[in-house]
Design a protein around this ligand. Structure first.
Ligand SMILES: Nc1ncnc2c1ncn2[C@@H]1O[C@H](COP(=O)(O)OP(=O)(O)OP(=O)(O)O)[C@@H](O)[C@H]1O
Ligand SMILES: [Mg+2]
Length: 334
């Protein structure tokens, strides 16, 4: 069966002025920063995109639904949703398919509201624009959705974005994303900035809504604990590459990529061990190097890693991009 939503072989570039080391004015340069990324989400399934800050998770998620700013571009590859190639759609079809079929929770919930308008009235704008529903019908849907996410109508129709808490803003975004009854949800760090209790409540809410509506979900997060709690499959991103992609159970118990094992080890609550931080720093996506991007932090590095970029290959049910994946026995959870 074809997946509900699939990113196929996507290559993305950024345009940026490189670091100016000679004091000369630097010309902006376009460089490929994500190459050949593929992710598939089935109906009712949650796939997590996990990795450190700056690894390109948001870039890939936003590129997949054509929500990039001017300095980023999809060079090649496609996104297929319910059998339609999104990149082939004209504006009107894109709005009705993506706008109504895919709900997007942006990473910065508060910043994505217009600060000068009540958040309740902003929530219904897309529905008014893309459907034949009347103002009253849209208002009723907004009220229903607010009720579903546990927000009060009075608060919401008379509050500006800066007047609600982060948790309320996240719930408000979720209500907006659900208004059009999407079949797919893209949630980019929906718990960022929330404390553990509120974050847990928001995560439960998102997961309940997803299950109730049978939606597929692409969940972007840096938190391996959240992944373990809600995801069926996980794609681990390192410096713009998906280094491991497989069922959560397999990836957590028998990680095949040293970076995945490192990420799991940096979460003592999962492993029951002492914290095992990954030494070294995350590379800047824009600084393209040959070979495996993880080589300079990898405890298992060999000469070949510096020159040949490992291609993803299937081992069991997991796709992994590491030259040594079949010979290493890496530490996982449990
Ligand atoms: N829309 C965009 N336009 C231009 N550059 C972008 C865009 N999105 C991301 N970038 C750049 O791509 C790189 C990766 O950023 P991205 O936001 O994808 O990281 P991330 O993995 O989501 O990190 P975090 O966990 O901090 O959210 C950064 O250098 C960022 O500046
Ligand atoms: Mg991000």
């Amino acid at each position: 069966m074809a997946p509900l939503f699939a990113i196929r072989d996507m290559t993305i570039s950024l345009t940026r002025a490189p670091a100016d080391l000679d004091g000369l004015p630097a010309q902006p340069e376009e460089r490929v920063v994500i190459e050949g990324a593929s992710i598939a989400v089935d109906q009712g399934e949650t796939v997590a995109l996990v990795g450190e800050s700056g690894s390109g998770k948001s870039l890939l998620a936003m590129a997949s639904v054509d929500l990039l700013g001017p300095s980023a571009r999809v060079v090649s590859g496609t996104t297929v949703f319910e059998g339609h190639v999104l990149q082939d759609l004209d504006d009107a079809d894109w709005r009705s398919l993506v706008g109504m079929g895919i709900g997007v929770l942006l990473q910065d919930a508060i910043g994505s509201w217009d600060p000068l308008d009540f958040i309740g009235s902003q929530s219904g704008e897309a529905l008014l624009e893309h459907t034949d529903l009347t103002q009253e019908e849209v208002q009723q849907r907004v009220l229903d959705a607010l009720g579903e996410v546990g927000l009060s109508k009075r608060h919401y129709f008379t509050a500006f974005a800066h007047e609600v808490s982060r948790g309320q803003a996240q719930r408000g975004m979720l209500a907006s994303a659900l208004l059009s009854a999407p079949r797919m949800l893209i949630a980019d760090e929906p718990l960022s900035g929330l404390d553990v209790t509120v974050g847990g409540a928001v995560l439960d809410l998102i997961n309940d809504m997803r299950a109730k509506r049978g939606m597929g979900m692409l969940l972007v997060t840096h938190d391996m604990g959240v992944v373990a709690a809600v995801a069926d499959r996980v794609a681990v991103v390192y410096a713009g590459s998906i280094v491991e992609n497989g069922p959560v159970v397999d990836v957590y118990h028998t990680p095949l990529h040293p970076y995945t094992s490192g990420l799991l080890g940096s979460l003592p609550s999962l492993t029951g061990d002492r914290l095992r931080p990954i030494e070294g720093e995350t590379p800047d996506l824009f600084e393209v190097e040959p070979g495996c991007r993880f080589a300079d932090r990898c405890p298992y590095v060999i000469a070949r890693c510096w020159s040949d970029k490992p291609a993803p290959r299937l081992l069991g049910s997991t796709l992994v991009a590491c030259h040594r994946a079949d010979e290493l026995e890496l530490k996982g959870v449990g």
